[in-house]
Write a protein that binds this ligand. Structure first.
Ligand SMILES: NC(=O)c1ccc[n+]([C@@H]2O[C@H](COP(=O)([O-])OP(=O)(O)OC[C@H]3O[C@@H](n4cnc5c(N)ncnc54)[C@H](O)[C@@H]3O)[C@@H](O)[C@H]2O)c1
Length: 258
């Protein structure tokens, strides 16, 4: 019953959303919630994954690499042709990269993280913003992290990329807002997805004995479910968040309090 009230609370009927990282843990939860709330969703990912069969009428898959400018440009053109409008952009595509001390961090791995997390988010905003500006309406949600709010060991690449995403969100938000286009970010703590599993494995390889210092889950003593992050994202895209611009919503169960 409670779930039903929540699903009906936000309405995206007639809206078109673009979700990158749509086949990932958090991205796919966002796609499902948007569809349940009436949106049509362009699902962008470089990997094949969930085909959202139960929402076949409201979804379309686009295979693209967000770090490749031509791929992004072409994909946005295809989405415009297919749907005619873009009301919502959610940049959930991301990679965690390697876990290592700064002096051992491999430069090419560091660059690859930036290409996807930072430049990918930038490129998607660059090519979607003109569409939203023309419509005089739109909402963008980028993905930060608790790693973009505090310093954690062994993730100089990932952590700093998330500081950059939160920063870019504020830069772009300053340039918009009065034209009806809002840009915000969400910063999760641990979320139970493949990325979390890979990251913990990475920590183990560095710390060897005890990696609990890095997998501190915070006072709730559990990771978030992907759906719990999706709820915050849907709120930011909705008209209920009409005065939120350039902000970051921390969805970490209180992890950063400790
Ligand atoms: N899981 C966590 O604990 C956690 C915590 C904080 C922030 N986040 C952020 O949330 C977002 C989603 O993470 P997730 O946990 O769902 O991870 P995930 O690994 O389950 O999904 C990430 C998705 O992004 C896609 N992707 C990666 N590189 C791409 C590229 N170049 N082009 C297109 N698609 C690409 C992958 O194929 C995958 O489907 C990420 O930005 C991540 O940094 C996750």
């Amino acid at each position: 019953m409670e779930q039903k009230v929540l699903e009906n609370f936000l309405e995206f009927e007639g809206k078109t959303a673009v979700v990158t990282g749509a086949c990932g843990g958090i991205g796919s939860a966002i796609v499902r919630k948007l569809c349940k709330n009436g949106a049509r969703v362009a699902c962008v990912d470089r990997e094949e994954g969930d085909s959202f069969k139960e929402f076949a009428e409201s979804t379309a898959m686009f295979s693209a690499d967000v770090s490749d400018e031509e791929s992004v440009k072409e994909t946005i053109e295809q989405i415009k042709k297919r749907f005619g409008q873009i009301d919502i952009l959610i940049n959930a595509a991301g990679v965690g990269g390697m876990c290592a001390r700064t002096e051992e961090y491999v430069f090419s791995d560091f660059k690859r993280i930036y290409e996807i997390n930072v430049f990918g988010t930038f490129l998607m905003m660059k090519y979607v913003l003109p569409v939203m500006q023309k419509q005089q309406k739109g909402a963008i949600v980028n993905f930060g992290s608790v790693s973009g709010q505090r310093g954690y060991p062994y993730e100089i690449g990932y952590g700093s990329s998330k500081w950059a995403v939160i920063g870019m969100t504020k830069n772009a938000a300053c340039e918009n807002g009065k034209n009806g286009v809002r840009i915000n970010s969400v910063s999760p703590g641990w979320v139970d997805t493949n990325m979390m599993k890979k990251t913990i494995k990475g920590y183990r390889s560095v710390v060897k004995n005890d990696c609990m210092e890095n997998v501190n889950l915070g006072p709730m003593e559990r990771p978030a479910k992907a759906e719990e992050i999706a709820h915050a994202v849907l709120f930011l895209c909705s008209d209920k968040a009409s005065y939120l611009n350039g902000t970051d919503i921390l969805v970490d169960g209180g992890k950063t309090l400790e």
